[in-house]
Design a protein around this ligand. Structure first.
Ligand SMILES: [Fe+2]
Length: 129
């Protein structure tokens, strides 16, 4: 099992440490309620305020979205698609929800490892019992 990092692991550190954590931490952005069987968009953004480098030897390679133990979606990133400058990467996933979800995102930096988001609970209204 690879080591997983999260923003909260570093939140007690100084500004340099918090900046390092911010530019690696995926953040889930979505509504907290969804409708059963209707398209539902989930955004995953890496970093709240700090852009991550996008260099040959230092860039993000993939973003995954999980609902508990189920892989909901995965985006493979080609560095050339983002140029050479630091970036805020944002991935959009569209889900057709059948049940309430406990979403978590993972993002892999080829220099600083695997980072996880906070878990987000999405209640699905109108789901079949
Ligand atoms: Fe990194």
């Amino acid at each position: 099992m690879p080591r997983l990092f999260s923003y909260s692991d570093f939140s007690g550190g100084n500004e340099t440490v918090r900046t390092y954590a911010d530019k690696h931490s995926p953040v889930i952005i979505c509504e907290k309620e969804a409708l059963f069987d209707q398209p539902f968009t989930v955004k995953v953004r890496i970093g709240q305020s700090v852009k991550h480098p996008n260099a040959q030897d230092h860039h993000f390679q993939y973003i995954q979205l999980w609902n508990l133990e189920t892989l909901v979606g995965e985006l493979k990133l080609q560095r050339a698609s983002y140029g050479d400058k630091p970036v805020h990467i944002e991935a959009h996933f569209t889900i057709i929800p059948k049940v309430s979800m406990r979403l978590k995102a993972l993002a892999y930096c080829n220099k600083h490892g695997l980072w996880q988001s906070e878990e987000v609970f999405v209640k699905v209204e109108g789901q079949q019992e």
